[in-house]
Design a protein around this ligand. Structure first.
Ligand code: IVH
Length: 703
């Protein structure tokens, strides 16, 4: 490049970075992936290093970018909130280079001992300064430009993990704790699900979030604390700001960073357990590799690890260069967001008939693997993000969550006419399921298009069979996921009635299927034939027909044929049946292939008692009574019962205790410090009991 060209490029990069920094820090709506921002930033740094005369005071390389949003009170930080140097070399050499730099600064030779480092995670959220005075949380502020941030105390007070008062009888007079506000990945997915539901219900001002960090930033800078409170924020402490009176003359201030984090944890602040004290470059490399290996399994996003010289006196000797301490570095991992080209949009049929648009991408290395497919969730989402074939898109893959297209990188120069067509799912499929050609439909108020093929659609076969065989449906003993996979994948059954035509010879030919299990399954199939109308109806898997509704329909009509022939108006006469259910039943039986399956099932010998029915539904026994056959999961510490004692009581009453929470769990019994099992129970909507509720339930059982 010639001289004027360098100047022109530097100016261009400054403008670009400024614009992207504004989108990122102020609007919480990034336009490009972080890795792309870093690349532009480094390009500018390189030009400025080679041509110092091109350096400008307002260059993004010269300061911490950010800004104060209208509506928050500005807070001047007592101690500036700086950032750390980022090592973008994601290989072990990145750690080696940092150690070498530190040793050089300290004038150490090979003869000197290795340096001790505190190694920790680089959380991907936003920096927060929590100010405690005499142990009480008095203020929370964002980093802002590093000198001045925003007062977000009200919003931060909604984070339950952050103590309002330090756990200490003799807290420091002033203690500023620095750390990261973030959102866990599962909380983020649940939040976006909720947002999608709100949007589907017509909420105008709602949006889905690009990634957990942006969702967290949006929540923290939400002007209405009530809204912030609904966002599932978490926090990890990693350092200090101003400190006064931590012992006389701060003499109680720990001498090492690792001891400092222990002290913060003892004050009741959340500190990540994923940290270590390591020696020298070798220790850093080991930590980087170990965390890299478990990155996907962590419940939250990290974009790297951070190394800090452990000895605080040494930190002081090393000091700072402009915006960064010399004693710390962030060592990155491969980015979890990348740009690539959208080559096409396929439509996948899910196990429940849901039609999901899937992006076909130019293969791109993101979050540690090469990705060529990513979900686009649903048609509305594609349209809202205005994603079109041929666009450059941002793909995110973090943890074991499936890769997603989070947005489009808009080329400001591209004219509207040069882009692809807006996405139209119905038109794309010509109104037909791509797997079974049944009509597709979308119910009012729902975002998802679905295949109406149900029992006949091969894509839905396995799910339909599993549901049919379930405990509350036909209760076919011995027919679980693995076997259904084998039966369907091996082409042994295509439709539900074919289940009942399986013979011993066919079954025995299956992998790992002995004579005995085959005979057991056949016996289970045989036993399932004698059932009730309610169970049979439920087993058919008609949308919106749960166990209770199925029973209500059975009791009301008494005979299957009456249900098959009932008009929507007649269906509406049934207790608790509304228009959605009535419509669903009617359209299910309107499809000839569904009637055919019902006939075939009757033909293989499935029977139930039929009655005259009753126009007035009899009151139903309440669901809660009865422990027999129910599955319990115990979590946390109960006030009086030991885990074994609780288990014994449940089993004595005919219940079962298992180790993990699933859809099949009936109750979760939670005590003090219940953890992820309780979260899972809440997520799945499973009844949670405390010890006294458990005892009451067991009492009912005996009575
Ligand atoms: S220490 C003076 N430790 O990364 C050193 N920062 O540029 C101050 N971050 O936005 C930072 N995890 O919020 C430190 N374990 C960690 C961190 C961490 C994430 C963020 C921090 C800041 C950026 C540093």
């Amino acid at each position: 490049m010639s001289e004027p060209e360098h100047a022109r490029r530097a100016a261009e990069l400054r403008a670009l970075l400024q614009q992207h920094a504004h989108s990122y820090y102020v609007l919480d709506a990034p336009q490009i992936p972080d890795a792309e921002y870093d690349r532009l930033f480094q390009e500018l740094e390189a030009i400025e290093a080679a041509h110092p005369e091109l350096r400008r005071d307002d260059s993004p390389t010269q300061r911490v970018v950010g800004g104060v949003l209208d509506g928050f009170v500005a807070v001047r930080h007592a101690v500036p909130m700086l950032s750390i140097r980022t090592e973008t070399d994601t290989e072990p050499s990145g750690a080696v280079a940092f150690d070498a730099r530190v040793r050089r600064e300290l004038a150490l030779t090979d003869a000197d001992l290795p340096i001790e480092y505190a190694a920790e995670l680089k959380f991907d959220g936003l920096a927060m300064n929590l100010r405690y005075e005499s142990g009480v949380l008095v203020q929370a502020a964002t980093r802002g430009d590093g000198e001045t941030g925003e007062d977000v105390t009200q919003n931060i007070r909604t984070i339950a993990q952050i103590p309002r008062r330090l756990h200490s009888d003799t807290p420091p007079a002033v203690l500023e704790v620095r750390g990261e506000v973030y959102i866990r990945r599962d909380d983020f997915e649940a939040l976006n699900e909720r947002q999608r539901a709100l949007i589907a219900q017509g909420a105008k001002n709602e949006k889905t979030f690009v990634n957990p960090r942006n969702a967290a930033a949006g929540a923290v800078r939400q002007l209405d604390p009530a809204i912030a409170a609904k966002r599932p924020l978490s926090f990890f402490a990693y350092g200090l700001g101003e400190v006064q009176g931590w012992g006389v003359d701060n003499a109680a201030l720990p001498a090492t960073h690792s001891a400092l984090l222990d002290a913060l944890a003892a004050f009741g602040l959340p500190v990540s357990d994923e940290r270590a004290v390591v020696q020298g470059a070798e220790g850093l490399v080991g930590f980087h590799a170990a965390i890299g290996a478990k990155r996907d399994a962590l419940p939250f996003d990290i974009d790297g690890v951070v190394y800090k010289v452990n000895d605080r006196a040494l930190q002081q000797r090393l000091g700072f260069v402009t915006r960064e301490p010399r004693w710390a570095v962030a060592h990155k991992y491969p980015a979890q967001e990348q740009m690539t080209k959208l080559l096409g949009i396929d439509i996948q049929v899910g196990r429940t008939g849901k039609l999901t648009p899937v992006a076909k991408l130019e293969p791109v290395f993101v979050g540690g693997t090469t990705v060529s497919n990513a979900t686009l969730h649903n048609e509305d989402e594609v349209r809202r993000k205005d994603v079109r074939v041929g666009d450059t898109v941002i793909v995110r893959r973090a943890g074991d969550v499936i890769p997603q297209v989070v947005g489009v990188v808009h080329d400001p120069l591209a004219a509207e006419g040069t882009r692809g067509e807006p996405f139209d799912l119905y038109q794309r499929l010509g109104g037909q399921c791509p797997v079974c050609s049944s009509p597709i439909g979308r119910e009012e108020g729902e975002v998802d298009w679905r295949c109406t093929g149900g029992l006949t659609c091969p894509a839905q076969r396995k799910e339909a069979i599993l549901h049919f065989a379930g405990r509350r449906a036909m209760d076919i003993e011995g027919l679980g996921d693995k076997l259904v996979d084998q039966l369907v994948d091996g082409g042994l059954i295509r439709t539900l009635p074919e289940l009942y035509t399986l013979g011993l010879d066919k079954l025995c030919a299956l992998d790992r299927m002995g004579d005995k299990s085959a005979a057991n399954l056949l016996a289970g199939l045989d036993a399932s034939k004698r059932t009730t109308l309610g169970r049979f109806l439920y087993a058919l898997g008609i949308r919106h027909i749960g166990e209770t509704t199925a029973k209500d329909l059975a009791r009301h009509f008494g005979q299957l044929d009456r249900i098959i022939e009932a008009t929507e108006a007649q269906l509406l006469e049934v207790n608790d049946v509304g228009p959605v259910v009535a419509h669903s039943v009617r359209s299910f039986f309107d499809q000839p292939h569904h009637r055919e399956i019902v006939e075939q099932l009757r033909a293989v010998g499935i029977t139930w008692e039929e009655t005259e029915g009753t126009a007035v539904a009899a009151p139903e026994a309440t669901g809660i009574a009865g422990v027999t056959g129910k599955t319990f999961v115990l979590t946390g510490t109960l006030p009086t019962l030991t885990r074994d004692a609780a288990k014994e009581l449940i089993e004595a009453a005919g219940g079962k205790v298992t180790g993990s929470v699933s859809k099949k769990t009936n109750y979760v019994v939670a005590g003090a410090e219940a953890g992820s099992k309780l979260d899972k129970a809440n997520e799945l909507g499973i009844a949670v009991l405390d010890e006294s509720a458990l005892l009451a339930l067991l009492q009912d059982q005996v009575a």
